[in-house]
Design a protein around this ligand. Structure first.
Ligand SMILES: [Zn+2]
Ligand SMILES: [Zn+2]
Length: 368
């Protein structure tokens, strides 16, 4: 059935987001409709409003949400009404070579579902009946969303929805970079460059994995304080030092793992330079397509260094989302503390402004 829903929409690049009442069609074959309970506001949503992530507007934003199944399409056997579901902006077909070898974030069919559902169409239209694209095949910054099951992960019903929502982007990206991409060994030394929602999660991932030293690097004193609450043992304000990489080296003797959570060539360079012998730098931040970095080639063989990338924390969403929520329930990962502020959907523009101003670890839009 068709449902009316308030939704946060990007109408034009460079313009503030708008709240509109849209129509969300019911599920077709292999799809489900969710009543969304909470949706995190992520820098990637902002990037879609500026064109840095070039999804064509009009676009329903949102990819970091949790909701309840209210309608199930034909052929769906793994979900039923009442299930709690977290969105995955990575569409996982489950059948291609990458999915079969356990790398669903690299799914060969994911590019078919960037700003529409995997079949190339959308279930969303505006008040004039014009179709609306959906961020990451999700478009979950809305009261309802119809999604393909390849973008849905069933989760534990006892976890509060606003916490569960964050797992699908910020937490998975940061914690997964440590657990899955770096496979950080206990007792190692780590540095995290850039303390946003993702950086904080890289820090708590390092702490949970047993890192001995965790150095947080940023230019914002408030964020560096937050980093300590999430497990940073040391902080470096880049405004207080000539060279952040040298400062990290002086403190640690060179780290075993450096996590770049900004997405900028010069910061990647700093992360790589902060490594000790045998160290691994993991690039988590999403840079502009034209951005470049440089490194001293000799250090790759002579120090056996590694430079690698991490996409959504090398997630296997069906496995990792429930696993992360399990660690939260066991008291080993902080999720409550990540939610700095919640907003009703009418205040979505404010939530974006607050993110740009760096006020929140995470701002979350909550519905009803
Ligand atoms: Zn995100
Ligand atoms: Zn696949």
């Amino acid at each position: 059935m068709d449902r009316q829903a308030k939704a946060v929409v990007c109408r034009e690049w460079g313009q503030p987001v708008q709240v509109e009442t849209i129509t969300v069609e019911g599920p077709r074959r292999g799809e489900i409709t969710l009543k969304i309970a909470a949706c995190g506001v992520c820098h990637s949503d902002l990037s879609a409003t500026t064109g840095k992530i070039p999804y064509p507007p009009p676009l329903v934003l949102g990819h970091e949400a949790a909701g309840v199944v209210v309608e199930v399409g034909e052929g769906v056997t793994d979900f039923q009404e009442g299930d709690h579901v977290v969105s995955s902006f990575i569409s996982m077909c489950g059948k291609c070579r990458q999915c079969v070898r356990g790398r669903p974030v690299l799914c060969e069919n994911a590019r078919k579902a960037m700003f529409n559902l995997p079949d190339g169409t959308v279930r969303t239209k505006d008040a004039n009946g014009e179709p609306l694209n959906v961020f990451g095949a999700c478009g979950v910054m809305a009261e309802f969303a119809t999604m393909h099951v390849d973008n849905c992960v069933k989760v534990d019903q006892t976890v509060p929805m606003q916490n569960a929502a964050l797992v699908s982007c910020a937490v998975m990206t940061g914690v997964g970079a440590v657990f899955n991409t770096a496979k950080l060994e206990p007792g190692s030394r780590a540095a995290v460059f850039g303390i946003g929602g993702v950086g904080l999660n890289a820090i708590q991932g390092c702490a949970t994995a047993g890192a001995e030293m965790i150095v947080a690097v940023d230019n914002n004193p408030a964020k560096l304080e937050m980093a300590k609450e999430f497990g940073a043992t040391h902080t470096i304000n880049i405004n207080d030092v000539d060279d952040a990489a040298k400062a990290v080296k002086k403190l640690t003797g060179g780290v075993d793992y450096a996590f770049e959570c900004v997405g900028a060539g010069p910061v990647v360079e700093q992360a790589y330079k902060s490594l000790g012998r045998g160290g691994t730098a993991v690039v988590v931040g999403v840079a502009d397509p034209k951005d470049k970095t440089s490194l001293t080639t000799l250090t790759l063989p002579a120090d056996e260094r590694t430079l690698k990338g991490s996409w959504l924390g090398s997630a296997r969403p069906q496995h990792d989302f429930p696993r992360i929520l399990g660690l939260y329930k066991a008291g080993k990962l902080k999720l409550d503390e990540l939610v700095t502020r919640t907003y009703p959907i009418e205040e979505a523009a404010q939530a974006f402004d607050d993110m740009v101003a760096g006020k929140n670890a995470r701002g979350v839009i909550v519905f009803e």
